[in-house]
Design a protein around this ligand. Sequence first.
Ligand SMILES: *[C@@H]1O[C@H](CO)[C@@H](O)[C@H](O)[C@H]1NC(C)=O
Ligand SMILES: *[C@@H]1O[C@H](CO)[C@@H](O)[C@H](O)[C@H]1NC(C)=O
Ligand SMILES: *[C@@H]1O[C@H](CO)[C@@H](O)[C@H](O)[C@H]1NC(C)=O
Ligand SMILES: *[C@@H]1O[C@H](CO)[C@@H](O)[C@H](O)[C@H]1NC(C)=O
Length: 459
Amino acid sequence: MLEKPPPTVSFIAAVHFLTVCLAPVSPCHVSAAATDQNIPAIANYFNTKSRYEEANPYLLVDILALNHSAVKPPAPKCTAVHLTAIIRHGTRFPTAGNVRKIDTFQNLVKSEAKGDLSFLPELKAWKMWYKEEMDGRLVDKGRADHRHLAQRLAKAFPTLLSKKNLLDKRVKFITSSKHRCVNSTLAFKQGLKEFFGVEEEDSEYAVNDELMRFFDSCRRLVETVEKNKKAVEEVTRFNEGPEMKRVLEKLADRLQVPYANITMDSVEAAFYLCSYEFAICGLNSPWCQLFDEVDAEVIEYSGDLKQYWKKGYGHDINSKSSCILFHDLFIRLETAANQSKSGLPVSEAVTVQVGHAETLLPLLTLLGLFKDSTSLTSTNFALQRGRAFRCSRNMPYTANLLAALYDCPDGFRLQVRVNEKPVTLPGLDSFSPLYQDVKEQYKQLLQGCNQDTVCQMST
Ligand SMILES: *[C@@H]1O[C@H](CO)[C@@H](O)[C@H](O)[C@H]1NC(C)=O
Ligand SMILES: *[C@@H]1O[C@H](CO)[C@@H](O)[C@H](O)[C@H]1NC(C)=O
Ligand SMILES: *[C@@H]1O[C@H](CO)[C@@H](O)[C@H](O)[C@H]1NC(C)=O
Ligand SMILES: *[C@@H]1O[C@H](CO)[C@@H](O)[C@H](O)[C@H]1NC(C)=O
C-alpha cells in the first residue's frame, strides 16, 4: 500500500491557497435552490452524470434524512462491528474531452440554429464557461455530496462512525489518487468533523491506486476491452441504429440545422450540458428543452450499454478486474469478525474507500447485483425498459456500496446496501443474511479470483 504521509498544516494551507486562486470565479451565474420547478423533465436519465438525489428523492426534502425502515439492524440484539463504505467521488466538472464537445456544439447552435424555438434566444445568449482545465475536478456540490453522505452514515451507524472512533483513528480512509477522489475524501472527513464538532486539523488518508484504480493496471482489461473497439460494438450499433437516428433528426429539426451537422457528439454535448448545469448549479437550463423524455430514454440506454460492455456484465474481465477490491473487502470483514469473536476491540471500525464509477461498477457486477436475465444489446432497447442495470439509479455521483457486519445472537450477519438502500445478494433471500452463508455463496470467488491471474493476457 502506498501510504501517504499525513499532510501537515502547511499542506492544508497550500490546498487552501490553490482553491482560492485557481477556482473559477463563481461559475454558476444563478444561484438557484433545487426546488421541484428547477428539476429538468429529463433529470432521471443522466446516467453516471445523475445527481444522487434523483436516485434517492426523499433527500430533496431533507438532505440528512434517513429512511428508518431501510436502515434497521438485523435484529434488536445485534451490535454493529464493522462498516466498509466504497464510494464514488461527488459531482464534478466535465472532463476536458467533454468540454471540447460542449464548445463545438454551442458554437454550432450560435452560428447555425434558426427557426422559432421559444428558447432559441436563450441558447444563443448562453455564455460558455466550462474550461478544459476544469478537467473533471470536484465542484462545491460534490463536496456537499460527500459531507452529507458522511453525516447520514454517522446517523445510520452511530456506534461505528462515532466521535471516539474518529479520534482514536479507527476510521480509515483510502482513496484513488485523482484530485476529485482526494477532495471527496477530505469533504467526507470534514462532514464527520462538523457532525461531531471536532476542530482538530487532521487530513490523514492513504492513496492506493492499486486498489481504487485497479482498472488501470489490469492488462487484460486494458488490451481486450479498453483499447478494443470491438468490445463495445453493441454501443456503436445502437448509436447508428433507428432509435438514435430519430433523436439526432429531432435535435436537428428543433434547431433547424442540416442533419449533416448533428452527430452523436452533438447529442451527448447537449444532453450532458443540461446535466452539468443541473448537477453543478441546480439550473434547469434551456439546453434541457432540446430533448423530450422519449429522447432521454434512448440516450440513457446508449450510456447504459457503454457501461454494461465496458464495466458491467458485457465481458467477464470487467468484473474480474475488481478481484483485488473484492478480497480486500472480505479480508476487512473477516478481520473484524475474528477480533470481535475473540473479544478484542475491532481495530478498524469503519473503512471509507473513495474511487470511481469504474471502481464500483465492476465490484457490484462481481457480486452479481443489478443483473438482468438478458444482455443489454443494440437491438433490445424496448425489452430492456425495466432493466435492473440502470446507471441513473445505481451509479450517480457519490454512488456507494455499504457492507455492514453485525454480531448477532445467532452469529455474524452482513447487510449490504447500495446507495443506502438494502439489497439482497444473489442466492440469498434476506437483507441480513448470516455472514457464513454469504461466504458460502461467494466461495468460488473467495478461493480464486486472483488479480494477477485474471489480468494476465492468455498466451
Ligand atoms: C424506505 O425503505 C423502504 C424499505 O426499503 C422502502 O420500501 C420505502 O420505499 C423507502 N422510503 C422512501 C421514502 O424511499
Ligand atoms: C482538490 O485537491 C487538489 C489536490 O489533490 C488541489 O490542488 C485542489 O485545489 C483541490 N480543490 C479544492 C477545491 O479543494
Ligand atoms: C455543417 O455541415 C456542412 C456540410 O457538411 C459543413 O460544410 C459545415 O461546415 C457544417 N457547419 C458547422 C458549423 O459544423
Ligand atoms: C480469521 O480466523 C480464522 C479462524 O481462526 C482464520 O483461519 C483466518 O485466517 C482469520 N482471518 C483473518 C483475516 O484474520
